[in-house]
Design a protein around this ligand. Structure first.
Ligand SMILES: [Fe+2]
Length: 230
């Protein structure tokens, strides 16, 4: 159990989560403090191509306390994930050193402000994901294509982009409309949207001038996605 440091410098967003998405630059979070933990992510064994690395933890916010929940597995139905739907996936928990960082806790706190507005749940899943690209291999942050996650709320926080081009994040009202939002999320930028309002997608990344490029993000959802028996 951790005490969650409440940042005072955040201004509660005016945006109505029912109507639109929110993009903000979280200047109160030092992304440099979060970067080292991305170098120690286990490979995602459920994906071919050896280009995605990730961890997953679940948290509850109770008052001003952040509580890490017992280890849980991830499950999406085929309805939401045609590629890995109906597969129970298991990922290692986020590292304790990361969870203890004030800069990490601020991110959860910020996302929780939106959860309070947009969800009945006080449970947050935090996916820590690195997508790599090499001269032989593109990295595909969303191999399932344009999709929903099947949650109330999704947040994507960019921590680092190293030696890559691409990785543009798109939101769509329908799968056939042009995107309502298109942007490369730069480090420190946080995009939050209602999953039932927008489909989302991030385009593949390719390397530029380095042997291996990386895209590091946290994807937060409210609530998490658990196997039926959990
Ligand atoms: Fe997604």
């Amino acid at each position: 159990m951790l005490n969650l440091s409440k940042p005072t410098e955040f201004i509660k967003p005016e945006a109505n989560c029912l109507a639109s998405y929110v993009l903000e630059m979280l200047t109160a979070i030092n992304v440099d403090a979060l970067k080292p933990s991305f170098t120690q992510l286990p490979e995602d064994p459920y994906l071919e191509g050896h280009y995605r690395f990730r961890r997953l933890s679940h948290f509850q916010v109770m008052g001003n306390r952040l509580i890490q929940m017992p280890h849980r597995r991830l499950f999406q139905s085929k309805q939401y994930n045609p590629l890995l739907g109906d597969v129970i996936r298991e990922y290692a928990e986020l590292e304790d050193e990361l969870i203890q960082l004030e800069d990490f806790q601020r991110l959860i706190w910020e996302f929780f402000q939106f959860c309070q507005l947009c969800s009945d749940s006080n449970e947050i899943a935090v996916h820590q994901i690195r997508t790599t690209a090499s001269s032989q291999q593109l990295g595909n942050p969303a191999p399932e294509g344009i999709h929903r996650d099947g949650v109330d709320l999704v947040g994507i926080f960019s921590v680092d982009r190293y030696g890559i081009d691409g990785g543009e994040t798109h939101l769509y009202k329908t799968k056939t409309d042009p995107p309502a939002f298109s942007k490369v999320l730069n480090p420190g930028e946080f995009l939050v949207f209602r999953d039932d309002q927008y489909f989302h997608y991030t385009s593949p990344v390719k390397t530029v001038d380095v042997e291996q490029g990386t895209r590091d993000v946290f994807v937060l959802t409210c609530p998490g996605l658990f196997p039926p028996d959990a």
